[in-house]
Design a protein around this ligand. Structure first.
Ligand SMILES: Nc1nc2c(ncn2[C@@H]2O[C@H](COP(=O)(O)OP(=O)(O)OP(=O)(O)O)[C@@H](O)[C@H]2O)c(=O)[nH]1
Ligand SMILES: [Mg+2]
Length: 639
């Protein structure tokens, strides 16, 4: 199932919350003060079941200008926007500001709801729709459907759900194979559980038991429990609203703005280099080093923006390379989008993309700094290779790389060499390339799957390869682990000492079948039965009766015994004891030495058995290249 977040947007009192309640049955206004004032103050949440059964997480934001900071905390994880415009008022200031913010955050999909349609007549609705369409021109919602709805009469709600489903289907799924990342938007205490943090999982997959880091606080902890849409789950994927119960962390040690991340995947910083764009309708130019508010993930960070080129101010609609210096540490990574508001008055003036989350100090108007940032924005060969491999959930063949990233082969190879030396990219047997951020989780899943298998089947030597392949298949991607990529991975893990492959099965290198006393005693008794029967081998049912144990247990122990060289599997379901085989080999060897060859009849007579059994034995000896058949006779191989 696809995991997508739908976020509301729109001017205060335009009917966002009422519409979400009408669509989902949940009132996202959860604070007492919100209920009393009939106004959203902080972001609220609900879950919407779409016509195809997909459940989308909903983030409902406040429209009032004064709470824009809270809107920004909710907007970061939005995949699809539901822009709500009251038909009686049409486009208002925060309609425009929310749209600006979503555009700066690179939201690309959405639906427009002209709500409160019950309050106006058809002619008015036509005029408002025309006005809205004109205002959306040039934005990512230019082609978006505009639906006339009413949360009070229920009119148009089904059509709205269908339009949302279409937008959700168009939205690109977030990458569940990356290291996980969850900007925290709420922190609270659950009696008996301890600290719970919530947020939108913007990348990766998080599981119960995972070790997590809280950035920038630098606290390492463990996931004690997870919930998605109020249901307990063991794992949650990117694009879900998640509540995470974390172990041993005081509630006041964490706050909105921090991020939960896979250990080592996200570092705290105080500065970043970025490309910044001012909005065309920014109220005034941005002066160099002026104090601003930067919104990133769920965080608001005060700090100063330095223009790195020669300019002393940036005009509205202008674009510049900048360095942001925050007054406190925060979590951010290359590629993150951010929004800038002026310190006072608080208006949204622009936003951009982080190019370097751990930059050096730069001299003003230094051409080499500017050139380096330009390359980072465009993407160096290394960036391009890294980016391509980050999303290659089943890896990429080395020879496919240049074509995939649009580089000449020598350029791609040079970039690859540097990235491989840094450990960012791993070259697997078969010249298959994996990003370490993709390979790591895949390796973890493999270890976990094998551990679980060994635990469930302690007497089996290993897990069937196909079963493992299905168990570690990357989630929610169009790629699948085909034989080539899977074989490369197995060879790599085997070389790394993680696992051992044997025929069609795989086991953890450290795994050994261990029998308890009872099982050992049973195995010894089974051996006795087989030895007694000799060439006239017993059936499993006969053994079962003789030792008074169920056939399943016999079969499992026969497999273990075979691995330990106590039995030989002569045919499907037919085992001979090792001593019987040794004895038969001796008979055959002596007979051939004496007569030059042996026939089925001769072995039958030597063993006092029948033709069928003698033939079975000789065919087995042929198969293991002990004997070789010439016409009706057999000779020893290698003699
Ligand atoms: N007649 C009519 N009234 C509506 C409709 N939808 C909302 N309202 C009313 O409009 C007012 C504001 O609705 P809310 O849902 O709180 O608006 P909001 O956009 O969530 O407001 P903020 O969260 O504060 O920005 C309430 O009094 C609602 O009862 C509708 O479809 N028809
Ligand atoms: Mg509201």
């Amino acid at each position: 199932m696809k995991h997508v977040i739908i976020g509301t947007a729109g001017h205060v009192d335009h009917g966002k919350t009422t519409l979400i309640q009408a669509l989902t049955g949940t009132n996202p206004d959860r604070l007492k003060e919100e209920q009393e004032r009939g106004m959203t103050i902080d972001i609220g949440f609900a879950a919407l079941k779409l016509p195809d059964g997909t459940i989308a997480g909903i983030v409902d934001v406040p429209g009032h200008e004064r709470f824009l900071k809270n809107m920004l905390a909710g907007a970061g994880g939005v995949d699809v926007v539901l822009l709500v415009i009251a038909a009686d008022e049409s486009v208002m200031p925060q309609t425009v500001e929310h749209l600006d913010i979503l555009r700066l955050l690179d939201v690309r999909n959405g639906v427009v709801a002209l709500t409160k349609s019950d309050m106006v007549d058809a002619e008015w609705l036509d005029a408002v729709e025309e006005d809205v369409r004109a205002q959306l021109a040039g934005s990512f919602l230019a082609e978006a459907p505009i639906l006339r709805v009413s949360a009070v009469t229920g009119k148009g709600l089904d059509a709205l759900k269908r339009a949302l489903l279409a937008a959700v289907s168009r939205a690109e799924a977030r990458n569940a194979a990356l290291p996980f990342r969850l900007p925290i938007d709420r922190v609270f205490t659950r009696p008996g559980f301890g600290t719970v943090v919530t947020g939108t999982l913007v990348a990766g997959t998080i599981r119960t038991g995972d070790v997590v880091e809280i950035v920038p606080q630098g606290i390492a902890t463990r996931v004690r429990g997870l919930q998605v849409h109020g249901q307990k789950v063991n794992e949650a994927e990117a694009g879900s609203r998640v509540a995470v119960n974390i172990a041993g962390v005081e509630t006041d040690a964490v706050a909105r703005g921090a991020q939960l991340a896979a250990p080592g995947s996200l570092a705290p910083t105080r500065t970043f280099d970025a490309v910044l764009r001012l909005l065309p309708h920014a109220s005034k130019p941005l002066r160099d080093r002026v104090r601003v508010r930067v919104y990133l993930g769920t965080a608001e960070v005060l700090g100063r923006i330095r223009l790195l080129d020669a300019r002393t101010e940036l005009e509205p609609e202008g674009r510049a390379y900048v360095q942001f210096r925050g007054e406190v540490p925060f979590a951010c990574a290359r590629g993150d989008r951010f929004v800038v508001r002026s310190y006072s008055p608080m208006t949204t003036i622009g936003g951009g993309i982080v190019l370097d989350a751990a930059p050096a100090r730069h001299r003003k108007a230094d051409p080499s700094t500017l050139a380096a940032l330009e390359a980072k924005e465009r993407g160096t060969p290394e960036d391009l290779v890294e980016t391509a491999l980050r999303s290659a959930t089943v890896g990429l063949l080395r020879k496919e790389l240049p074509g995939k990233v649009g580089l000449l082969a020598p350029e791609a190879e040079a970039a690859l060499a540097a990235l491989a030396a840094a450990g960012t990219i791993v070259v697997l047997p078969g010249d298959r390339l994996f990003h370490s951020a993709v390979l790591g989780p895949l390796t973890d899943r493999t270890r976990t799957a094998l551990e679980a298998y060994h635990k469930q089947f302690p007497l089996r030597a290993g897990m069937p390869k196909e079963e493992l392949r299905a168990a570690i298949e990357p989630p929610k991607t169009k790629d699948s682990l085909r034989s080539g990529s899977f074989a490369s991975l197995l060879a790599y893990w085997e070389a790394q000492g993680l696992l051992v492959t044997e025929g069609a099965t795989v086991r953890l290198a450290a795994f050994q079948v261990e029998l308890n006393e009872r099982q050992q005693a049973l195995l010894a008794r089974i051996e006795e039965v087989y030895k007694e029967f000799g060439i006239a081998y017993p059936t499993v049912e006969e053994v079962s009766r003789a030792v008074k144990a169920p056939p399943d247990a016999i079969n499992a122990l026969l497999r273990v015994g075979a691995e330990r060289g106590r039995f030989f599997r002569v045919q499907e379901g037919v085992y001979f004891h090792a001593e019987t085989i040794a004895h038969l080999q001796q008979l055959v060897r002596d007979s051939i030495r004496e007569h030059g060859t042996i026939t089925v009849g001769a072995l039958r007579d030597l063993t006092g058995s029948n033709r069928k059994l003698a033939l079975l034995v000789l065919e087995y000896f042929d198969a293991i290249h002990f004997t070789r058949r010439i016409g009706d006779e057999r000779v020893l191989v290698g003699s």
